[in-house]
Design a protein around this ligand. Structure first.
Ligand code: MG
Length: 306
């Protein structure tokens, strides 16, 4: 099996992780976390989202966070946006990139943005147009790509159909979100095979959760199929605020720890990343789920007894 020599990791903790926190996180803490992450070797950071502050109070200070960070010129900072208004705010702020999101299912899309998937497609079009005007690349995100908490399993054909419509809007890279942790290696293989068969030019990103312990197994499956672009969240922060119990993005340090040992280069310094995870642990209520943060890297030895 030939694995990719290197992968791109998009760090989503500052957005996806903090967005899911029910307790407020201060602007200063968000800035400290992003600044710590930008010194780890990570090259892609989803820094903020421009969404309704009523829906997601923890993202109401997106512009202040963005204006407050030390921008590392080697880092590509992006924002998640739901519609033209969000895209205009991201463009005005001068983000490097944006992602527009949609669900694979009407149930989840309705609970998330109050619209059907079909009705949300015009938002995707408008975000792409706003990005083009501002010269900012726009990627797509499809949530509930492996299952929906209200509808159950989601057929790969349905996800391909939504992806095809996004491609029709001008999107060339799409991230597939396992929003409530329903993916398993078999389902990952099904979806990637279907996407490759139907949309061979489309670039794939995988956004896995570890809700039921299959996160890294899913990464490995995608990797073996040649996928080299993954989302992960420092400390394993986050999940979905709309799906009860669906906590736990794949932790960035767990991903880096595994990949580097397999000679798949991430460009990330694990010790600096663990430092960043400790910054997050300093302001997050409760223990972060990351395994390597708890146990330390595999090469860290215990003192011998006696
Ligand atoms: Mg997530």
């Amino acid at each position: 099996m030939t694995l990719p020599h290197s992968v791109r990791i998009r760090e989503v903790g500052p957005r996806d992780g903090i967005q899911s926190e029910s307790a407020p996180v201060s602007t200063e803490d968000k800035i400290r976390l992003i600044d710590a992450l930008s010194e780890t070797g990570l090259r892609y950071i989803e820094a903020v989202s421009f969404v309704s502050p009523k829906a997601i109070p923890n993202m109401a200070d997106a512009r202040q966070v963005w204006d407050g960070i030390k921008r590392n010129p080697e880092v590509f900072y992006s924002a998640l946006v739901p519609n033209r208004k969000g895209a205009e705010l991201a463009a005005e702020a001068g983000l490097d990139g944006m992602q527009v999101f949609i669900a694979a299912t009407d149930s989840y899309n309705l609970s998330n943005v109050g619209k059907t998937v079909r009705d949300s497609m015009s938002d995707v079009e408008e975000v792409v147009a706003t990005g083009a005007q501002a010269g900012i690349p726009v990627e797509g995100t499809i949530s509930t790509a492996f299952g929906d908490p209200y509808e159950g399993d989601v057929d790969a054909a349905r996800v391909v159909d939504v992806a095809r419509r996004m491609v029709g809007c001008g999107i060339t890279t799409i991230s597939y979100g396992d929003t409530t942790g329903m993916a398993t290696p078999r389902r990952v293989r099904d979806l990637i095979d279907s996407l490759r068969r139907n949309l061979p030019d489309l670039e794939l990103n995988m956004h896995f959760h570890d809700t039921r312990g299959t996160g890294l197994a899913n990464v490995l499956t995608a990797l073996e199929l040649g996928v080299d672009y993954f989302d992960a969240s420092v400390g394993g922060m986050g999940g979905s605020p709309y799906a009860r119990g669906a906590t736990g993005n794949v932790a960035t340090e767990d991903l880096v720890h595994m990949l580097e040992d397999m000679d798949v280069s991430t460009g990330v310094n694990l010790e600096s990343l663990l430092e960043a995870a400790r910054v997050a642990q300093g302001f997050i209520a409760g223990e972060l789920p990351s395994k390597v943060l708890k146990a330390g890297p595999r090469w860290r030895l215990s003192k011998a007894a006696g």
